[in-house]
Ligand binder design. Structure first.
Ligand SMILES: *Cc1c(COP(=O)(O)O)cnc(C)c1O
Length: 389
């Protein structure tokens, strides 16, 4: 079993369990990339904000990046290290607070940068520190399969195209005060796609990278996946750093906690309607929204594809949404009420995206560690449902 000394029957479900040993394994892989290149790696909190593990993660990574003021505050409070932020368009009423706690701010346009430039300088004086500002670029080079996750697609609002970049410069705006460029175009991809993307970035923006202090490669690098070509990543980072004299930043969310979390659920009821059906105490819509949104089929331990094993079931959630279906799975034995099913790879984009639709309770959040075994770090109830309405 994956969790030694752990009696699954005693666990209240549904619950997310993140295995500290597996997070540490990922952290060591990321740390090795930093050691081999001198680049800096941040945790993208958008994908994983379970701060119970920030202390451990901060002993490997250099800091966090945020997509909002709230994420920035969490990184600042709980994760010792640099605090970065990117937002497609900053709210004026957030900016003052953002400027109190961030080290790097990435702007999505020249107009945003010009709008907030003076506030940045004032904050620097007040804090007696330097805030490094950068611009997000759009290399207009798509490599992914999911249009929903492609910031290079036509009509994208994310990043400055070379056309708009040079138009702004021609209209008299300058890069004075800008210390870095940022691109984020990948999603669950290998370093061959990064290599292609870097070619496009260099071809279009190469002369502007020259003279910058840093280049941020964004997230979407599946570095901790078994078949990821780390040697090529290291070569690419070293090549860019040598050629342009910049520090490379990476900000993976998913790769930081890939394959390190589980969602444990219990079968509440089984039935038949032309096929075997099981209703679980966990919901695709509420607890693993990417199953419906992305969409994808999560793996369940000891299960097979439909009809691969003797008994095939359609697994659904406890909500009234007809489409709250996790998928069709087969098992060696019949499912019965009380059976536990363990979904794998549930650390990222789960807790940060879940919701209380139908008033369904949120799963407990738990850590498993070698030293302390199984520990519940957070439980939820009626007040959490009511509190957000
Ligand atoms: C989503 C996002 C990330 C993290 O992406 P992963 O796919 O989780 O690695 C990093 N940077 C930016 C700007 C993002 O939008």
């Amino acid at each position: 079993m994956i969790f030694r000394d752990m009696d699954l029957d005693k666990i209240k479900t549904p619950c997310y369990i993140v295995d500290e040993r597996l997070v540490r394994k990922n952290m060591e892989i990321l740390k090795n990339v930093m050691d081999m290149t001198g680049c800096k790696i941040l945790l993208a909190q958008k994908g994983f904000s379970m701060y119970a593990l920030y202390s451990l993660m901060s002993s490997y990574l250099v800091g966090t990046t945020a997509s909002s003021l709230n994420e920035a505050i969490l990184g600042h409070e709980k994760f010792p290290g640099e605090v970065h932020i990117f937002n497609p368009a900053y709210r004026e009423d957030d900016m003052e607070n953002i400027l109190e706690i961030t080290d790097h701010i990435v702007f999505n346009s020249f107009t945003q940068w010009y709008k907030y430039k003076n506030m940045v300088h004032k904050a620097e004086e007040k804090r007696d520190c330097h805030i490094s500002c950068g611009l997000r670029i759009n290399p207009e080079y798509s490599t992914g399969d999911h249009a929903q996750y492609d910031p290079c697609k036509e009509g994208s609002r994310l990043g400055i195209t070379i056309g708009n970049f040079e138009k702004a410069l021609n209209e008299g705006m300058t890069l004075e005060g800008i210390e870095g460029l940022h691109f984020h175009t990948l999603c669950e991809q290998n370093s061959d796609d990064l290599e292609e993307t870097l070619k496009a970035v260099e071809e279009k923006f190469g002369k502007y990278i020259m003279g910058m202090k840093w280049l941020n490669f964004g997230g979407g690098h599946h570095i901790t996946r078994e078949d990821y070509d780390i040697a090529r990543l290291i070569r690419l980072i070293n090549y860019i750093q040598d050629k342009y004299k910049v520090t490379v930043y990476l900000e993976p969310g998913e790769a930081a906690v890939l394959n390190s979390g589980f969602l444990v659920s219990t079968v509440l009821e089984t039935m038949e309607n032309g096929m075997n059906i099981a209703i679980l105490d966990t919901s695709a819509a509420c607890h693993m929204p990417d199953v419906i949104e992305m969409p994808y089929r999560p793996f369940i331990i000891s299960s097979g594809e439909p009809c691969e094993k003797k008994y095939t079931y359609r697994l659904g959630g406890p909500t009234c949404l007809a489409g709250d279906i996790i998928g069709d799975y087969s098992f060696d034995e019949r499912l019965i009420e009380g059976d536990k099913l363990i979904f794998t790879d549930m650390a990222h984009y789960s807790m940060v995206k879940n919701n209380t639709f139908n008033g369904i309770n949120l799963p407990d959040i738990c850590v498993y560690s070698e030293k302390e075994g199984f520990k519940v770090v957070k439980t939820f109830g009626y007040e959490d449902f009511k509190g957000r309405l």
